[in-house]
Design a protein around this ligand. Structure first.
Ligand code: FE2
Length: 373
């Protein structure tokens, strides 16, 4: 079987790219624009003030300050914005905001009366046929969600991580302007960069990988590891590099999905509230050791990582997290050794675990959890 690469998102990358927003909106014939924003500061940016004053657009900014949004929160947002009927939705924020923007576009036109209806639509993949166009503007450098089509929605009451997954729900444009990431606190900048690293590395070894995705992934890996020390030292140039690398990693895994690190991480985030980028990065070393012999371009991957052996990865991620003052063991987040056996079977996430080159078993996952405990 030959895997295909496809990504239709128009990408604007680099300092100043945010200024392209009015032109992009015009090209989409936008009049009513809904901007989902993470912080009120966004609506005060000159480009958003300009949109507000520009006679061509009617702009409505809606604050959505949640992280790891739940089915109930997404339903609330859907109900709150339903009447506005935008021509274009803009998501300006981290992965949560992108996922919320994608969700609204996939759900628009459906008659949902409750969070239960939303849960039902997600399970049955009942989304609207003609999506509202959306534009992704990341203010973190990690999720790559501006160039992928899936939206993660958490369902803690049923202990599930759900995905709004529509074939055609890609952004019409992604704008990665590193100026928007300049004020990110260091721990968030580092965990976001490590998330992007995992997207790229996992994309390299994913069963669904292909030559184009691997080229993108290796370039992102090299850029992230090459700039990580500088990022932890506060170098603004490193923020620019991470902004670009995060988008490149997103392009790579948009056609391959992720694998074991992400699969195992979800219950760790749901149960112990370990930030996503931290959870996946703790797993990167042990999963690389498990997969190593099955990685198609393993020498090139190690070279891009700047390492000699897969065993060096865990020490490196631990060092980067320490430089950001972030705890790097499972026990630091309240996990107990006796929890691990019951936790292991929950770490097999459909679509991620089965995309990993090495088979994941409960016993194998338990070993990995013990390694990072
Ligand atoms: Fe991720």
């Amino acid at each position: 079987m030959v895997n295909a690469y496809c990504n239709p998102v128009r990408c604007y990358v680099g300092a100043g790219s945010l200024e392209m927003l009015p032109e992009i909106l015009s090209s989409l014939h936008a009049r009513k624009v809904l901007a989902l924003i993470w912080s009120p500061e966004i609506s005060a940016l000159p480009v958003f003030r300009g949109l507000d004053e520009d006679g061509r657009f009617s702009l409505s900014c809606v604050l959505f300050a949640c992280s790891n949004p739940t089915v109930e929160q997404i339903f609330e947002l859907y109900a709150k914005t339903k009447q506005f009927e935008p021509d274009v939705v803009i998501g300006v924020g981290g992965g949560t905001i992108m996922d919320a923007a994608k969700s609204l576009c996939a759900l628009r036109g459906l008659e949902l009366k409750s969070a239960g209806d939303l849960r039902d639509a997600i399970e049955k993949k009942r989304f609207c046929r003609v999506k509202t166009p959306w534009i992704g503007i990341p203010t973190t450098a990690g999720t790559g969600s501006e160039v992928t089509r899936w939206a993660t929605v958490w369902d803690p009451s049923l202990s599930k991580k759900r995905s709004i997954d529509c074939e055609d729900n890609y952004a019409r444009a992604a704008i990665a302007d590193p100026r928007l990431t300049a004020k990110l606190p260091l721990p968030l900048a580092v965990s976001s960069a490590l998330d992007a690293l995992c997207h790229a590395v996992e994309s390299c070894w994913a069963k669904a990988s292909n030559p184009v995705s691997r080229a993108l992934a290796l370039s992102a890996v090299r850029k992230i590891t090459g700039n990580m020390e500088a990022l932890t030292s506060g170098d603004p140039k490193a923020r620019e590099a991470m902004s670009e690398a995060s988008l490149t990693a997103g392009l790579a895994f948009s056609s391959t999905r992720t694998t074991a690190c992400h699969s195992i991480s979800y219950p760790l985030t749901m149960r112990y509230h370990i930030p996503h980028g931290v959870a996946v990065s703790l797993l990167l070393g042990p999963v690389c050791e498990l997969n190593y012999e099955l990685i198609p371009e393993r020498a090139a991957l190690l070279d891009a990582l700047g390492m000699q052996t897969p065993e060096e990865i865990s020490a490196w991620t631990g060092r980067m997290l320490a430089r950001a003052g972030t705890p790097a063991r499972l026990r630091d987040y309240g996990a107990r050794q006796e929890d691990l056996e019951a936790l292991a079977p929950l770490c097999i996430t459909k679509g991620r675990a089965d995309n990993n080159p090495a088979a994941l078993t409960d016993a194998g996952i338990l070993q990995i959890l013990r390694k990072i405990y």
